[in-house]
Design a binder for this molecule. Sequence first.
Ligand code: NAP
Length: 259
Amino acid sequence: MMDDKSTSSTRPASWALVTGSTSGIGQQTAIRLAEDGYSVVVSGRDKARAEQTQALIEAAGGSAVGLVADLSDPSAVRGLIAEVNQLLQGEPLDVLVNNAGGGGFAPTEATTEQMFDAAFNTHVKAPYLLTGAFAPAMAERGHGVIVNIGSMSTTMATNGTSAFQASKAALDMLTKSWTAEYGPRGVRVNSVAPGFVITPANEAYRDGYGGFLASLPAGRGARPEEIAEVIRFLVSPQASYIQGATIVADGGKSAVIAL
Ligand SMILES: NC(=O)c1ccc[n+]([C@@H]2O[C@H](COP(=O)([O-])OP(=O)(O)OC[C@H]3O[C@@H](n4cnc5c(N)ncnc54)[C@H](OP(=O)(O)O)[C@@H]3O)[C@@H](O)[C@H]2O)c1
């Protein structure tokens, strides 16, 4: 099991770091990337859940390392980068999934500076620092994949989630900026925009969310596995010509007007 910071298993051929992989979409993504042969760095704030995710992957024959860091704190992000570099022993990271985040929803006047900073630190600054740390080596080697997890609410607003939405919209723009910057050197950067996904974060709304879920063309919320499969595809060589894109997985929400 993990010591205070981490635990590692067998030496991998390729490495993937999935932030926010102790739960929900990130956990399902970590499991799938491990199935695809990556040694996965599992990361989140909760040590017990990091251990559980690592154990799930190892029980299925995969390789994982659990690292604990609160990505709303830039110094903890720098600590995570240092730990990953130590783990990789000079080898480049092959895949970075910037997934950690969620929550902090409040009307603008009730959003404290601390809540605002937490949203932007977690959804924008942490991915920015991680990409700045790992993308150059990917580019130098001529290949690598970055997937940013945005939200359907970067293109359509909902009431009472302004800091969340603005921060996720900024992350979507970074997908394009990094495609301009690193794309010509073999690094594919894309976003996934999930709709409503039934994860521990919103379990309470599983049965309807005020009729919203029933109104979707899909008629239901997504399972985290369904979003993880999109991420898995974007990481795979099958997605070799997809760069700078946002793949929407929202059960049809953004395609139709509900009258
Ligand atoms: N669920 C949805 O409907 C939905 C829709 C659109 C976009 N998204 C996005 O999808 C991503 C994953 O969400 P989810 O639904 O899978 O939620 P989830 O089940 O609550 O998982 C969130 C993950 O992010 C980690 N995390 C959160 N804040 C963190 C922080 N400050 N530092 C480090 N790790 C942090 C959590 O780690 P710990 O629990 O260990 O702290 C957990 O592993 C989020 O970015 C979210 O905004 C979700």
